[in-house]
Design a protein around this ligand. Structure first.
Ligand SMILES: NC(=O)c1ccc[n+]([C@@H]2O[C@H](COP(=O)([O-])OP(=O)(O)OC[C@H]3O[C@@H](n4cnc5c(N)ncnc54)[C@H](OP(=O)(O)O)[C@@H]3O)[C@@H](O)[C@H]2O)c1
Length: 397
């Protein structure tokens, strides 16, 4: 069971799938990489430079997913020190008080961002985050954060928060859609929609769409506006027959890995859709990219994993802890996408490597179907509230 889980969980599956050269063997307490293909296979590669390319792919796969010194072997390097000065810029981040999101908030402030709106649920966590920032970066930086309590699965609540942000600031340069429901069991929200899709995909579409007029205005004044969506290599665990054709399909129980993986597939497809429909359709300064943070030590990988796997969770939470990235290392691709990239529609792995993603993740027709269904479900599920509150979205983009 644990082996299955580990192969489903993104980094490991990716490691096996991408290189076809390694398998991962887990002993009781340690993880070892065993090469069972040979350099001979590379020598037989028809293209010139095949050996080097193959070795680079292996190095990058290891650097993308694991923490510590492993990151230094990648062929592309980008670090949080490479972030440009962000003076005057305004950012919004979901889940910005904890884990990878905290790593992002801290980094943006360190590089002088003018204001960060943090959207999350827990008051205590945000107080702790603000205290840590005051201690490390000073009161001035801590006072540049504004916390807005927001459950991303409550779509009317998300619209309300977006409206408040629009009233409070006249520019928005960075939107980081980071909050997420991790590898957990199947649940439905109050709207009757699979909670993974409701939080990881739908809620962030509502937020982005409602903030879009402000981001367009900021971009049209000559600024580059960057949106970064937190995806995962676990998108490969989405079932191969995923069609995004109906709510009934979304509300099937696929198990924790399938449920999570499908929602992250949706994040990548939305990103590609946005690049086609916005960036490449007259808004070249408005960029959206998706990211994979690697295998990161956070509440999600240390605590939440026990919810679906009460026993197997121990291996993930403790056995693999030495191989995980810390929250700052995990923040690197998001920060690259949020502050530095000039591209749109990419799936960026650590530290700043564009990857193609799974076959489904590259399917533009599937992205169109997903977004048609997204629009339909959002309108249908929120129509009773629209009598008093207007429409949830003006358009899909
Ligand atoms: N850790 C990994 O190895 C890994 C790998 C691939 C992808 N990711 C992705 O990275 C992102 C960040 O995860 P993490 O590992 O940093 O986890 P984390 O430490 O558990 O942080 C999750 C954050 O999201 C917020 N959040 C969760 N559900 C929310 C909701 N319904 N509404 C508003 N905020 C919500 C939490 O806020 P509260 O504390 O207030 O609840 C918290 O700030 C997620 O999208 C995750 O899927 C993580």
């Amino acid at each position: 069971m644990f082996h299955d889980m580990i192969c489903q969980i993104s980094p490991f599956r990716s490691l096996v799938c991408r290189s076809h050269l390694h398998s991962i063997h887990l002993s009781k307490s340690a993880l070892s990489l065993k090469t069972f293909s040979t350099l001979g296979n590379y020598r037989a590669a028809p293209e010139p430079g095949g050996l080097r390319k193959g070795m680079d792919a292996i190095k990058n796969t290891i650097a993308e997913n694991f923490g510590g010194k492993a990151q230094g072997i990648g062929t592309v390097q980008f670090s949080l020190d490479d972030v440009p000065d962000l003076t005057g810029k305004v950012a919004v981040i979901t889940g910005g008080s904890e884990g990878i999101g905290y790593g992002c908030t801290h980094t943006l402030l360190k590089h002088n961002v003018a204001k960060v709106y943090i959207l999350s649920i827990s008051d205590d966590v945000v107080k702790g985050a603000k205290g840590a920032i005051a201690k490390e970066l000073g009161e001035d930086k801590a006072n540049r954060t504004t916390w807005m309590k927001c459950d991303i699965s409550d779509w009317w609540g998300v619209k309300d928060i977006a409206d408040k942000i629009i009233k409070d600031t006249d520019r928005l340069d960075i939107l980081i859609n980071n909050a997420g429901r991790g590898i957990m069991t199947y649940q439905l929200t109050d709207y009757g929609v699979d909670r993974h899709m409701a939080v990881n995909h739908f809620g962030h579409v509502v937020l982005t769409s409602n903030l879009l007029p402000l981001m367009k205005e900021t971009a049209n004044k000559g600024n580059i506006v960057r949106i970064s969506n937190q995806a995962s290599n676990a998108h490969q665990a989405a079932p191969s027959d995923t069609k995004f054709e109906s709510l009934d399909e979304l509300n099937r129980d696929l198990g924790p890995n399938g449920q999570y993986g499908r929602s992250k597939l949706a994040v990548i497809l939305y990103t590609r859709y946005f690049a086609r429909k916005v960036t490449n359709a007259g808004q070249p300064n408005l960029l959206m990219n998706a990211t994979h943070p690697g295998f990161v030590s956070t509440k999600m990988s240390k605590e939440d994993i026990f919810e679906p796997f009460p026993l197997g969770g121990y291996a993930m939470a403790y056995g693999l802890e030495p191989f995980k990235k810390n929250q700052f290392e995990g923040a690197v691709p998001t920060i690259f996408a949020a502050t530095s990239t000039e591209e749109s529609g990419q799936y960026i792995c650590p530290p700043a490597i564009p990857e193609v993603g799974s076959k489904l993740a590259q399917d533009d027709a599937l992205a169109d179907t997903l977004m048609e269904l997204t629009w339909k479900v959002l309108i249908e599920k929120t129509k009773s509230g629209s009598v008093n509150q207007g429409s949830l979205l003006d358009s899909m983009i």
